[in-house]
Write a protein that binds this ligand. Structure first.
Ligand SMILES: CC(C)(COP(=O)(O)OP(=O)(O)OC[C@H]1O[C@@H](n2cnc3c(N)ncnc32)[C@H](O)[C@@H]1OP(=O)(O)O)[C@@H](O)C(=O)NCCC(=O)NCCS
Length: 151
């Protein structure tokens, strides 16, 4: 399905109610304070994707990452459950990689729960490759998979 009227913009405090609702189902959820600190961190970048709805817009996903030198680390990517498997995640990842390429980023890193099939599939489709595994990293149960993509 193709969505019309999607736009990506910098996250601000007014987006946080919607963002926190989506974030609440994360295995390692960030608090409001953590998002605010991230938005204030000069090395960090947080964006939301909006869908035009009525006179305004609705936040249907977000992405947060940090860039240091020529390296980037993806910290969070999330799509509202109602809008998953419709290409929004890919849209956010495309935005992220293009944004970073314009900043001369050469290596992309991330850590993901190895059992998160949707996320692992998404990252593989953006040429991320496995780098290492941290056994039983999440709540002493599932493994963390570290992945890298070279630009
Ligand atoms: C991971 C996530 C961002 C993907 O977003 P999405 O909008 O559903 O992804 P897309 O529709 O763009 O799909 C991207 C690819 O992943 C695949 N995919 C999506 N959900 C999947 C699922 N549940 N199982 C298997 N593959 C899946 C799609 O088929 C697509 O593959 P393709 O390119 O081969 O067709 C979304 O599932 C999500 O928000 N999950 C909760 C938060 C999370 O786990 N974030 C990652 C860790 S921080």
């Amino acid at each position: 399905m193709r969505f019309e009227g999607l736009s990506i913009k910098k996250m601000d405090v007014h987006d946080l109610d919607e963002v926190l609702k989506m974030e609440s189902s994360s295995s390692v959820p960030w608090s409001k304070k953590m998002f605010i600190e991230e938005m204030q961190n000069p090395l960090a970048h947080c964006f939301v994707i909006n869908m035009k709805e009525g006179p305004g817009g609705r936040v249907i996903g977000f992405i947060c990452f940090r860039n240091v030198g020529e390296e980037s680390e993806l910290l969070k990517i999330c799509v509202h459950p109602q809008y998953r498997q419709k290409g929004i995640g890919k849209r956010l990842m495309r935005f992220y990689t293009e944004f970073c390429k314009s900043k001369k980023i050469k290596a992309f890193y991330l850590e993901v729960d190895a059992s998160n099939r949707a996320a692992v599939h998404l990252y593989q489709s953006f040429s991320y490759e496995p780098l290492a595994i941290r056994k039983k990293f999440y709540h002493g149960r599932s493994d963390a998979l570290l992945m890298v993509r070279k630009a």
